[in-house]
Design a protein around this ligand. Structure first.
Ligand code: 4NP
Length: 150
């Protein structure tokens, strides 16, 4: 099973989601992340994202941002979008019906229906990163349980 996490810049939400989900699954699951935009290509995750993950015993400091490429549709089984804008961008890039089917809003995996998207914390403060961590940690628990059962 190969899972790709996608946000806008690939320096805040999706690298956190990648590290969190990886920490909940055995090593044979491939987890990666990418950004819709190329603003931060080759950069490490945002310092605040690294810090919050580290506080929770997850090391994402070695990750490097990359831009989503169309061939990712062939490489991954599930592609999780962090928000509605990422979702629409991915659906637009997916030319084949099988590729569109791989794209899901990550929050759609949570039984708690009040939050539909993971808010972008880039222009926020450390508390916003903490909230994003908790939100991703919750939903990734459901994703990991579901994947292992399937
Ligand atoms: P991310 O956050 O999509 O969660 O990685 C962002 C990081 C950078 C920018 C936007 C969102 N930016 O505009 O540079």
């Amino acid at each position: 099973m190969k899972i790709l996490m996608v946000c806008l810049g690939n320096i805040c939400r999706s690298p956190m989601a990648e590290g969190i989900l990886r920490s909940k699954l055995p090593d044979n699951y491939i987890i990666d992340s990418a950004g819709i935009a190329d603003y931060h290509v080759n950069e490490k995750p945002d310092k605040r994202a690294i810090e919050i993950c580290k506080k929770n015993n997850i090391n994402i400091s070695q990750l490097k941002s990359r831009q989503f490429v169309t061939s990712d549709f062939d490489k991954f089984d599930i592609i999780y979008a962090m928000d509605h804008a990422n979702y629409s961008d991915l659906i637009f890039k997916a030319k084949k019906e099988v590729d569109k089917k791989k794209v899901r809003l990550i929050m759609s995996e949570s039984p708690n229906t009040e939050k539909k998207s993971v808010p972008d914390p880039y222009y926020g403060n450390i508390e916003d990163f903490e909230k994003v961590f908790d939100q991703l940690n919750d939903v990734c628990t459901y994703i990991a349980e579901k994947i292992v059962k399937d």
